[in-house]
Design a protein around this ligand. Structure first.
Ligand code: ADP
Ligand code: MG
Length: 401
């Protein structure tokens, strides 16, 4: 796969598709504020390297799902400002790609200069299912650049104008972030050191069955917590009270448990559970054995014995992939399991990869040191699809001639 080291960039206009889709919140003055700039920080290395190579940088990115409408609250303006602060140079903003002045602005850029084009999803062609519509936008974009660099790992699982269609019109390469993501996932998918442990949590088992199906042929142990654990417990015949349960997945889960046995993969389920009548932490909270969840109570975190058990398994591992919080970590009363397990992973010598938007957010929210993990993926959906063994169009297009 070509990287930015393989492109001629000196004095060239480079269209950089980044993932700057940061969570935002309106402040008291009605201004949109970034609540977590992790994705912006993850994009800085490529921008700096492109500047070192004397490129002119035109950033393409999206925010939220405006569905082809110009929504002021989804403007990239605050993102351009913050990214400029992180890179140390102010970023010129292009309000509307379709303005006649856009081409002039781009053609008068100096080497090292950066411009950002307004939310590309304000263009309805960006996410169209119709390829000719997407190509129409891609052609418009391609006129603004001499080369294309994809660095938005969070969008590489999408067939979209600024991701795949434009890549077919210009010399193309991957940026540093996409390179780093690919390297980490290649290692855990194709070349892991053993013992290899996967920790899975999150709310829905249906979201994670594809991952389990793919990884069950590669790993030694699968530790299961979060809301998905209850469908596993139910599949083994235990009652789970009012906990999250996907009844229509029980058969599939039973099958997975059999496959695991055949392949000698150890599936580790919670041995105790933190329960409460309500999700917001306002009802009384207690800890019970996994087979004693009363009717009317929900399991909202793994219990302390389970957290220690998971931490032990992580300590013995040489490779760990973690996807999905082990409890409702957003509420203090249910965050302990996720924190204990994440801390064990941070302290372990294993090669550690964290995938999933909420898992990455949990690491930051719980105040853990991000540098202690080998790789924290910036792409929720894209990382899941890679773990499922799927073909990602935004990466595949880079291999095309
Ligand atoms: P990721 O984005 O890391 O892939 P998911 O989106 O699958 O993770 O799941 C994250 C959500 O799962 C969190 O909002 C968390 O509150 C929820 N969750 C975790 N454990 C439980 C549980 N026992 N019951 C209900 N929700 C849970
Ligand atoms: Mg999520």
């Amino acid at each position: 796969m070509k990287t930015i080291d393989d492109l001629e960039l000196n004095n060239q206009r480079v269209l950089l598709r980044a993932d700057l889709n940061a969570p935002m919140k309106q402040d008291a003055n009605g201004q949109m504020q970034i609540t977590d700039d992790g994705r912006l920080r993850a994009s800085v290395t490529t921008i700096n390297d492109l500047r070192k190579k004397n490129a002119k940088i035109i950033i393409l990115a999206h925010l939220g799902r405006p569905k082809g409408e110009r929504k002021p609250e989804l403007s990239l303006k605050p993102i351009a400002k913050r990214l400029g602060e992180l890179v140390g140079v102010s970023i010129k903003f292009i309000d509307d790609l379709n303005d006649a002045s856009t081409l002039e602005t781009v053609n008068s850029m100096q080497s090292g200069e950066i411009v950002m084009i307004e939310n590309i999803r304000f263009e309805k062609d960006e996410t169209s299912k119709d390829q000719t519509e997407r190509q129409r936008l891609a052609q418009k974009l391609a006129k603004l650049g001499d080369a294309f660099v994809i660095d938005g790992f969070g969008v590489v699982h999408r067939e979209q104008a600024s991701v795949t269609d434009i890549a077919r019109l210009l010399p193309k390469a991957s940026g540093r972030l996409v390179q780093a993501e690919q390297k980490a996932f290649d290692r855990v998918l194709n070349n892991p050191d053993r013992p290899y442990v996967v920790v899975l949590g999150g709310s829905k088992v249906s979201d994670k069955l594809g991952v389990i199906n793919n990884l069950i042929t590669k790993v030694n142990k699968i530790l299961i917590g979060g809301g998905m654990a209850f469908t596993f417990l139910k599949a083994q015949g235990y009652e789970v009270g009012d906990s999250l349960l996907e009844v229509d997945r029980i058969e599939e889960v039973k099958q997975l448990l059999l496959t695991a046995k055949e392949k000698n993969v150890e599936i580790v389920l919670p041995i105790d559970i933190v329960i409460s009548a309500s999700l917001d932490g306002t009802s009384s909270v207690s800890e019970v054995d996994f087979d004693k969840i009363p009717v009317g109570q929900k399991g909202l975190d793994i219990g302390s014995k389970t957290a220690e058990l998971f931490a032990d398994k992580i300590r013995d591992a040489k490779t760990v992939v973690w996807n999905g919080p082990l409890g409702v970590f957003e509420v203090n009363a249910f965050a302990k399991g996720t924190k204990t397990v994440a801390q064990a992973l941070a302290n372990s010598a294993a090669y550690s990869v964290v995938g999933g938007g909420d898992s990455a957010a949990a690491i930051r929210l719980l105040g853990l040191d991000e540098s202690k993990f080998d790789h924290i993926s910036t792409g929720g959906g894209a990382s899941l699809e890679l773990l499922e063994g799927k073909f990602l169009p935004g990466l595949a297009v880079l291999e095309e001639a």
